[in-house]
Ligand binder design. Structure first.
Ligand code: TXA
Ligand code: MG
Length: 373
């Protein structure tokens, strides 16, 4: 199968955006309506979409990604009024969360309505719903007029795709269309929150933080719900979480590049520079190629050290120290780039586990193979 990339142009301050080739865009919309797979951009990561109400189409997603069949999918819709048909009950908490955070980088888990196939929910009685704010995702979903089930558009286990090229690298020949909307703004997946009860339970941390959810609802539990700043992964990332993962996807190997990932982990930037420097020297003297993912300060310090520079070094900086949002946006991109550059070991900067740092550290620890929920 040929994989066609559908180009789009987003002209700032002009809505709706323009598609470079309207006919191709319409063909991609028709393809998803007819049971094919179409990858599309969102503000978090690229999604791999199929008609959520067509079990055969949904099963194609699992096949193309090599995704375990017990890992449920998120249903994407264009507008809030489409939620009612897909869920049994909207609790007062759910209503507040919808009103405040949707559209945006959040996914809410409800009791599912009967029309939602078990192929989407992997047999669960709940369903995850998301309304992306990305204008191209919105146009795609609006034109498709159907709910679209979509996981991240990567081969299972790899870092999520934040550009159309990443999707192409993973899925070329397996899907007919990729809609190219450029690089994703947030670069980590949505915050997944169970809103079936009275207290919001964070099943996967993301750009919408535990603090924001707490400020809205007066309570929060689940991953990252420990609201004080902590340097303990255990307390921040595993607190108040049940022993069995409630979000089935969180138990799998995830976000793993071919390179080994290790952390430059220390309480402040000066110490992180030192740790990164020592680790890099060891890796290079073992004859391996080292990759550095960190802030400008770390990257410049490493580059200035003539024991480390040269062909055995590849760096990727997210910007000035402390910009956790930029670090999250760039993490998956950098991990994929490290593989393209033939890096053996990536040293990635650990960041404080608060705000978006919870999502960043959750993804980074998983890519390093550290066992967190
Ligand atoms: O930002 C995102 O959420 C992206 C874009 C494409 O929307 N999608 C995404 O999908 O990250 P995926 O499939 O890679 O991750 C979905 C997560 C998994 O951890 C899955 O287990 C969880 O959501 N999930 C889906 N349905 C669920 C449900 N009914 N109950 C609990 N967790 C659920
Ligand atoms: Mg995924």
């Amino acid at each position: 199968m040929d994989t066609i990339i559908v180009k789009t142009i987003h002209i700032a301050d002009q809505t709706p955006f323009q598609t470079e080739d309207q006919t191709l865009f319409d063909q991609a919309v028709l393809a998803v309506q007819q049971g094919q797979l179409v990858a599309f951009p969102t503000e978090t990561v690229y999604g791999l979409g199929a008609n959520a109400l067509d079990p055969d189409a949904v099963l194609k997603i699992f096949k193309a990604k090599g995704r375990p069949s017990d890992n449920p999918l998120i249903i994407h819709i264009a507008r809030k009024d489409q939620i009612h048909a897909l869920v049994k009950n909207i609790t007062p908490l759910a209503k507040k969360m919808i009103d405040t955070f949707m559209p945006g980088p959040i996914t809410l888990v409800f009791e599912k309505a009967d029309i939602v196939p078990y192929e989407v929910t992997a047999g669960l009685e709940t369903v995850a719903i998301r309304i992306p704010s990305h204008p191209i995702a919105h146009l795609f979903l609006e034109k498709a007029k159907i709910p679209v089930a979509a996981p991240s558009a990567n081969v299972s286990g790899k870092p999520s795709p934040t550009t159309a090229k990443h999707v192409y690298d993973d899925l070329k020949g397996k899907i007919p269309y990729i809609i190219d909307g450029g690089a994703c703004d947030f670069g980590v997946e949505s915050t997944v929150v169970d809103v079936t009860g009275e207290i919001p339970v964070i099943l996967r941390p993301g750009t919408i933080t535990a603090e924001q959810i707490f400020n809205l609802s007066g309570s929060v539990s689940g991953i990252g719900s420990c609201l004080h700043n902590t340097n303990s992964y255990e307390s921040a990332l595993n607190q108040n979480t049940p022993d069995t993962p409630m979000s089935p996807g969180m138990k799998y190997k995830h976000y793993s590049p071919k390179a080994k990932v290790i952390l430059a982990d220390a309480p402040n930037i000066e110490q992180r520079i030192k740790v990164a420097m020592e680790l890099a020297k060891d890796i290079i003297s073992a004859g391996k190629k080292v990759g550095i993912f960190g802030c400008d300060e770390i990257v410049s310090a490493i580059k200035a050290n003539n024991l480390i520079s040269g062909d055995a070094l590849h760096t990727n900086s997210y910007g000035p120290s402390g910009d956790t949002k930029a670090a999250s946006a760039r993490l998956f991109f950098a991990l994929r780039e490290m593989d393209e550059e033939g890096v053996d070991v990536v040293i990635a900067e650990a960041l404080p586990i608060k705000g978006i740092g919870v999502a960043y550290m959750n993804r980074l620890l998983k890519s390093a193979g550290v066992n967190t929920k």
